[in-house]
Design a binder for this molecule. Sequence first.
Ligand code: NAD
Length: 269
Amino acid sequence: MIRGSTELVAIVGSPITQVKSPENFNTWFSHHHHDLAMLPIDLQGTALGAFADTLRGWHNLRGCVVTVPYKQALATQVDELSPRAAALGSVNVIRRERDGRLLGDNVDGAGFLAAARQHGFEPSGKSALVVGCGGVGSAIAYALAEAGLGQVTLADACASRTSALADVLGKPFPRLQITTHYHSLEGFDLVVNASPVGMGESAELPLAVELLGTLQPTTLVADVVTSPEITPLLHLARQRGCPVQTGAHMAFAQLGHLGAFMGVTPLEI
Ligand code: NAD
């Protein structure tokens, strides 16, 4: 029940009907008897500037989760960015301070990392292949690097994306080995698809079948795609005996990070 006293958080994107955060957060608020609610907001792009101003003046709003396609655009509208959000040039969560200032962070990578750790993967000194170097792939690579990854191989259908991400990672993580060349999947401790390939009914794989034939059963194979839960990549990886991490694992592990940044849940929920 939303009452006059209820404090609010929001999630903004367009479209918005597909997002799971409102049901996840509202279920958690209700189970824990918190007088809080999350509202889904489907916003037109031309209204983004006015929206940021409205957030500043919205007294009973604690924060706002940001989803596609506004993660980059809203990063330019907030008053302060965390170091990782500044490096990535994107936010997926905004906190409204009591004085109306808006602080932005990006916890996509933290969610991925938390899920990977739940699968026994500890990045320190390890080697990873990140396929898809857009918003989410960049956040994942950044989080892995922050956690001490030794070597990262970057792949994307668009070469400018891999070089842009290599530039983002190079400065803060001088000890990280960064490459874009690979001929086999042997030797990777982690292979992650951070591209949309495999979504829906497509049955597409983000890597060539011959390459996937070189997957070793010790490699954790992860996908960011949430629907289907077991993507063609994860299906094939399971057949090869690999542990797999789904997009739903990552999304769920992120909830506490989003909620904690907005000050409405603990980090672990
Ligand atoms: P984006 O458009 O910023 O990046 C996608 C990248 O994938 C692009 O750089 C594109 O060039 C690359 N790409 C496309 N096809 C490719 C291919 N065949 N091989 C290699 N690279 C290819 O998108 P994004 O915001 O990074 O989102 C990526 C996916 O992550 C989406 O499917 C989104 O739904 C999903 N996502 C999942 C979670 C989660 O918690 N599980 C969170 C956010 C986004």
